[in-house]
Design a protein around this ligand. Sequence first.
Ligand code: HSE
Length: 398
Amino acid sequence: MKVAIMGYGTIGSGVAKVLDTNKDIIKERIGESLDIKYILDLRDFPGDPHEECFVKDYMEIANDKEVQIVVETMGGVEPAFTFVKAMLEAGKSVTTSNKALVADKGAELMQIADANNTNFVFEAAVGGGIPIIRTITACLTGDVIEEIDAICNGTTNYMLTNMEQFGSDYDEILAEAQALGYAEKDPTADVEGHDSCRKIAILTSLIAGKNVDFNDIPTEGISKISSTDFKYAKAMGKSIKLIARSVKSGDTYSCRVAPYLVTPEQMLYHVSGVMNAVAVKGNMLGESMYYGAGAGALPTASAVVGDMVFLARNVERPVKIGWSDEKLELANPAEQSFKYFVRTSALQSDIENEFGKVEYAGLDLDNEVGFVTEEMTEAEFNERQAALGGIISVIRFF
Ligand code: HSE
């Protein structure tokens, strides 16, 4: 079976490596081999083992009837969308690792695939090497999913772990994550939580069966987390993790991406380094958690190749996963309730006046105090923190 790869960066070249390394076992499992016929990239790769496969015009791939499976590992929405659409319309099956594309155009591309009697799949778009998409769209389809809590960005988890364990400098550790091939092309997507936001939007669309607009999800990243926040967290026996949450609320879901304070009794506390974990709670299943490498060339490429095998087994057999393009109206985020850890320069008497009973965080620093509120809604907290003033930082309890 002839295949093509669009985008020969970290993940695309990883896909070629997985196909080369595991050629024989893949052939055994499908009954025929997956042979790379084209690689689309604007750059040249002299000396590459697949040097003869490189093309610069995507229509060369779309027009070749021999190619049945196409991998998209370019990243970004355009031109990836135009290229993927052309491949599906030409009747080819497509797998992508591109969460920006799936979050923005997933429902539409699935409809195009369906209309052309083919499949569009995206296992690698969430959780890197963790098979969470197929788990949700196949294994857990007997359940109503009540909650998903995910550490789903390897770059930021790697950075937070290093900041906590070694007091690493933010910029230095970001550069290290980029060098290891974890980060997005523009690391703002990682550190500001946009990547996690797109991933929880995809997972929520899959469990709700309706389309979540990622712009509706309140999203905070880790760029404001400091070594002092970690000192407070340690004093309270907690850690700080960037968590993407989706909780069932009536007929819809309540979503948020933010750094949270977690305790050792909570499973996500123990997820360190580039590892990702997705905790899923089903109404029949109860709690489950899926753990593994969330970024990096080979874990992500492994998920892409798993998709290629799925596509090879389902040529001209569209597999429906129930993600309609009807918009899901998310629950009002202002009604979510949390306990909040607050650092402020305000006086203790003003804190107690505004927030009533609070617990102090037990760290003696000049010119500031850290305290924990009782549980209250976002709306109520925002009013009270504005009235108090002098706010240095706020982190929600998980
Ligand atoms: N930049 C992403 C991460 C890559 O760090 O998790 C995998 O989606």
